[in-house]
Design a binder for this molecule. Structure first.
Ligand code: OGA
Ligand code: NI
Length: 295
């Protein structure tokens, strides 16, 4: 529990164990701030399908606006996650775990703290969201509205994910509902909290990775930090108010036989404001065979 960055960052300078062992002084300055919008889901469907396909092939990432998830629910969700990380340590102690497989857990850096070469500047809360009736019982009980709000949010995020997957299946020429069943059955949320960092040039919030999901739906809030690798250059994903950032995961790369791209991305830190984000991972169920679509 004492390892959580939120527990100590105000009292000490940046420990060496969190310093990335190469110079990265320019990683914020060098990243161009480009945004790629997939468009409005209520516009002409064919156009949206084309835009999503194009963004998924070129960038592996896009942002969606006018997605139908209410602004109030998005704000309540973000606020309850921020409140969670602000809770006194004793209210979170039971959830803290370094056990790799614990289903609902609060941890720091990565799921494998002892195996990390360098620790990351983030605390994270992760738990499954589906089937709701079963997994809600292991979710945090504080803040008091956590379960109610996150339940509503995870249902909406899964619905949005399914709509986007339908548009993607249309674009790939697959049957409608191709991704609807086993391929997107598992839903996991990962809530990331990146406190202000004394020297952002020496740390990363999350190191370069590609999501192992089918599709990821990220609520990134209003604070910048996410960068996507494109053609050897890091592109900043500028926060758009009330937008979701959507990215293609490894599983979708496989099903699409590499037509869609799971792009590498990372998170940089900043020295002024805390950043909280929530990634919903739609994953294939464990008993599901993932292979390039036959058609
Ligand atoms: C992730 C991730 C990005 C962010 O959780 O896999 O890439 O901005 N998060 O927090
Ligand atoms: Ni990611």
């Amino acid at each position: 529990m004492d390892k959580l960055i939120s527990s100590w960052y105000k009292d000490q300078s940046l420990p060496e164990s969190l310093q990335i062992p190469f110079t990265c002084k320019t990683w914020q300055a060098s990243c161009s701030k480009v945004q790629h919008r997939a468009g409005n889901l209520s516009h002409d469907r064919t156009l949206v399908v084309q835009q999503i396909l194009k963004a998924s092939q070129e960038f592996g990432f896009f942002q969606v606006i006018n997605h139908g998830v209410s602004e109030d629910l998005m704000n309540d969700t973000m606020n309850v996650f921020k409140e969670f990380f602000e809770l006194p340590a004793e209210d979170k102690a039971d959830l803290y775990s370094e056990e790799f497989n614990r289903p609902c857990k609060l941890y720091t850096s990565s799921a494998n703290y002892d195996g990390d070469k360098v620790h990351l500047w983030r605390d994270s809360l992760r738990h499954p969201c589906h089937p709701l009736e079963e997994c809600i019982k292991i979710w945090p009980q504080k803040p008091t509205r956590y379960r109610e709000i996150v339940a509503a949010y995870s249902i909406e995020a899964k619905k949005l994910g399914s709509r986007i997957l339908d548009l993607i299946s249309e674009g790939l020429g697959l049957d409608l509902g191709y991704f609807g069943d086993k391929l997107s059955e598992s839903v996991v949320i990962s809530v990331n909290h990146y406190p202000p960092c004394p020297d952002p040039s020496l740390t990363l919030g999350i190191a370069k990775h590609c999501d192992p999901s089918l599709l990821t739906i990220l609520l990134q809030g209003d604070v910048f930090g996410l960068q996507v690798l494109n053609d050897g250059k890091w592109i900043g994903v500028e926060p758009l108010h009330n937008a979701f950032v959507v990215n293609i995961g490894h599983q979708l790369e496989v099903v699409s036989n590499n037509r869609l791209k799971g792009a590498e991305h990372r998170v940089v830190t900043n020295s002024t404001v805390a950043r909280t984000t929530a990634a919903i991972f739609l994953n294939p169920s464990e008993d599901c065979i993932v292979e390039p679509a036959k058609s």
